[in-house]
Ligand binder design. Sequence first.
Ligand code: AMP
Ligand code: ZN
Length: 465
Amino acid sequence: MRIYNTLSKKIEEFIPHDGNKVYIYTCGPTVYNYAHIGNLRTYIFEDILEKGLRYLGYDVTRAMNITDVGHLTSDADTGEDKMAKGAKREGKTVYEIAEFYTNAFLDDMRKLNIKVPEIIEKASDNIDTYIKMIEKMIAEDYAYISNGNVYFDISKAKDYYKLSGKNPDDLKVGVRDTVEEDKAKRNPADFVLWFTLSKFENQVMKWDSPWGVGYPGWHIECSGISYKIFGEHLDIHCGGVDNIFPHHTNEIAQSEAFLGHKWCNYWCHGAYLNDATGKMSKSKGEFLTVSLLDKKGYSPLEYRFFCLNSHYRNPLVFTYESLDGAKNAYKKLKSKVLSLDKNGEIEDNYFNEYKEKFKEALSSDLNTSLAITTVYDVLKDSRLSDCTKYLLIEDFDKVLSLDLTVSDNIKINSDLEEKIASKIEERKLAKKNKDFALADKIRDELLAEGVKLIDTREGTTYEFI
Ligand code: AMP
Ligand code: ZN
C-alpha cells in the first residue's frame, strides 16, 4: 500500500508499527448540527481507507471521537462553544443536541454505507484521561496556567510546524476563523488544554479539575482518546485538510510532549468538497445534507459514487449537473451488473487477474476512480463469463460499498435490518448514558413498526411481530 503522508509530503510505502495490525484514528463530527455533504465526503474517504486496508489483508481497528464539548466557533480557541450555540439556537440542552445530532450522523453513515468505526468515544466521557495528560505536561513544563486557563507552550514542542509546513508569520491566515489576540498566551499560537475561567456563563458541560471547574480544549480530546484506545503508537490519523492546522498540529505537539516520542506515523487528509463560492460549510448558502439530496431525488449511494469518481486529495466541486452525471452513470452501471447471469463456473485465472488490478488501484494512494474503471473493464472483457464478472464486482463492492449487486427490493429489506441495528446501537448508547427514557422510546418506536426487541445476556436481538 502506498499512501500520501501529509507529514513527509510524499507518497510512502505504508508500514504499520505492529506487524499486520493497523490502528486508525478519525476525527469525528462536532454534533451541534447535521453533517453537510462536504463533511461526509471526508468520512467516505476514511471509510474507503479502512475497507481498502482490510481488502489488502490488514487487521484494522478504527476509533472516532464525537465532539460534544470544547470546540469553539474559532479553531483558535476563541468565540463560543459550538455546542452551547447549537443548544441556544434550538432551545434545548447541550446533551439533547449532542444525542440528536450524533444519531443523525450515524443515520447518514448508514445511508452512505460508511462502516461505523469499532470504537466511538464521546469527548465528554474521557475527562480523566485529559486531566492525567495535562498534569504531566504542566509538570514537565510543556504547559502553563495563565489567566485561569491551561495553555500548551508551543515553543517547547519539537518542530511545531512540521505537519503544516507553516511558519509563525502564517499564523494569522492559518486558522479557519477570525483570530482574537489572547493576552494570557506566551506565544500567539499557544492553545488551550483546559478552560477554567469559562467566558461563557451558560457553559453546561463542566468538570472539576486540579485547576478548578472547567472543560477541555478541543485538541486534547483526540490525543486523549487515541492514547486511551491505542496506547503510545498510532499508525494513521485522518481528517479533512482543514484539520491539518491547528487541530492536528496541536494534537502532535501535545501527544509527543506527553509520550516523549514520535506518536503517529501517517497523516492522511481528504480535500474539500467545494461549491461555486468555495469550501462548503455549515454557515453559508444552502445547507446540503444527505436528506436534502434525497428529497431532491438523489440517493445517498449516488452521492457516494460521485465522490469515489474523484481522488480524495483533489478538491471536488459540487454542482447539480455533475451529480446528475454521476446519478445516470451509477444507474446504468448497476443495471448492467444486475443483468449478469450469476449461474456458472468462476474462472479463477481471470478472477485473480482482476483482483490484482483492483488491489493495485487501492494501493496507489487509494485511487478510487481507477478502482471504478476496473469495474467497467471487468464488464467489458469478453473473455470473462457473466458469473466471473458478477463475483468480481461483488468482491470489489466490499470496498466500494455501492450496493452494485443488491437489487432495489433486497435493498429495502437490508435497509430495514440496518435501521434496526443502528437503533439497537442508539439504545445501547442511551442505556450507557443512563438515559432510560430514550432507551424506552427507541424500543416503543420499533414496536410500533412491528419490531420487538429482545434483551439477552449476549446483547439485543429482535423479531418481527
Ligand atoms: P466538523 O464537524 O466541522 O468538525 O468536521 C467534520 C469533518 O469534516 C472534519 O474532518 C473536517 O475536516 C471535514 N470537513 C469540513 N468541511 C469540509 C468540506 N467542505 N469538504 C470536505 N471535508 C470537510
Ligand atoms: Zn480530532
